[in-house]
Design a protein around this ligand. Structure first.
Ligand code: KG4
Ligand code: ZN
Length: 340
């Protein structure tokens, strides 16, 4: 089965083709980072307009690169939520209209399921059940995953997502948007012990998290360090990253112990963080955990994870035509009914 995957939930236009039999995956991706950089965050209207400009040429390129034609597509998977509604509508409209014209079915996919199942690509290296941490710019959530399609939300952030906090603190330190990656590069040069930041909700025996207090603590700390030299900047990056990593690792440890599990999936853009991976590798070694991450190129938003997830979970497969988008679709909840 050849599945075309389309992702447009935020600021990446992603298109991919996945062949379930051969496991061959081809993808093309356009990132809008440069368009949003001067605003310091994603501007929804600009995002939707750029998706409209990019999507059809990207589909063509993906087909050409794979030496495939529209007629060889068996189903079209697209991100139906969660995400920005205007941006989601671009992907949903092109997927539904293309499928209608080609007389193929569509598979509306939850963006978070795409992130999560990407850790199973290509060879299903981790067995069910497992604990999953989805940690991105829009979400920081824990799921108990029993099987493909069986997700139970068991904890989440009460305010900012981890990636959002990383990006906001990077901006505070004058790093260009989206600054998380650069913050982690500078953190390598710094001393994580010079400044001590809080570890919010670490006393709570549950999987709820909060990052806005940590961000506020950083705002105060940065104000006390003006004018700031480079060493101080590096030390602040290191202190912030250490706090974020501590919170995530401690909640993971708690989650695995509460649910008596040893298997873990970490997915979403923040799962690219080297320090987080290092800290988890130490824990895995000491506690005999098995950890799976998506391949690097499938960690942040992309169309491949949507094609792959659509192939693995076809519960939402339907004929093209009537459709909706679900900006707040909670993974594990049924697809809301479309009225009208
Ligand atoms: O999964 P993703 O591409 O998009 C969402 O669904 O949100 O995640 C993007 C987030 C951004 O906030 C980005 O700054 C963060 O992932 N990110 C990182 C790193 N690389 C990307 N955060 C921490 N360390 C990194 N190395
Ligand atoms: Zn994402």
């Amino acid at each position: 089965m050849l599945v075309l995957g389309i992702e447009t939930s935020c600021d990446e236009t992603g298109v991919a083709l996945y062949n379930g039999e051969t496991q061959h995956l081809a993808q093309v991706l356009h990132t809008q980072t440069a368009l949003h950089a001067r605003y310091g965050g994603v501007v929804p209207e600009i995002a939707s307009r750029d998706h409209i400009r990019r999507i059809a040429p990207l589909i063509k390129t993906c087909l050409n690169n794979s030496h495939q034609s529209l007629s060889s597509i068996d189903a079209i998977a697209y991100t139906a939520g969660p995400g920005l509604s205007g941006a989601l509508l671009v992907g949903a409209s092109i997927a539904e209209s293309l499928a209608f014209a080609l007389n193929t079915p569509v598979i509306p996919v939850n963006h978070l399921e795409g992130h999560l199942l990407a850790a199973l690509y290509p060879s299903h290296a981790i067995a069910f059940p497992f604990l999953a941490l989805l940690v991105s710019g829009g979400h920081t959530q824990f799921f108990k995953v029993k099987a493909i399609g069986e997700y139970q939300l068991i904890g989440e952030t009460l305010d900012d997502a981890a990636g959002e906090a990383f990006d906001k603190v990077a901006k505070l330190l004058g790093l260009p948007y989206p600054g998380a990656k650069q913050l982690s590069v500078l953190a390598k040069l710094g001393d994580p012990n010079r400044f001590r930041l809080p570890r919010p909700l670490s006393q709570r025996h549950d999987l709820m998290m909060s990052f806005s207090g940590l961000k506020t603590a950083m705002v105060h700390l940065v104000h006390t360090q003006q004018p700031m030299d480079e060493t101080t900047k590096h030390d602040l990056c290191a202190a912030f990253q250490a706090a974020m990593v501590d919170v995530l690792v401690n909640k993971i440890r708690l989650g695995l112990s509460i649910y008596r599990m040893k298997r873990l999936v970490v997915a979403g853009g923040v799962s690219l963080n080297e320090q987080l991976r290092k800290a988890l590798a130490v824990q895995a070694e000491n506690n005999n955990w098995q950890i799976a991450y998506p391949p690097t190129e499938l960690c942040a938003d992309n169309g491949a994870m949507i094609a792959f997830a659509g192939t693995l979970n076809q519960r939402h497969l339907k004929s093209a035509g009537r459709f909706g988008v679900y900006p707040r679709w909670v993974l594990g909840q049924p697809l809301p009914t479309v009225h009208g």
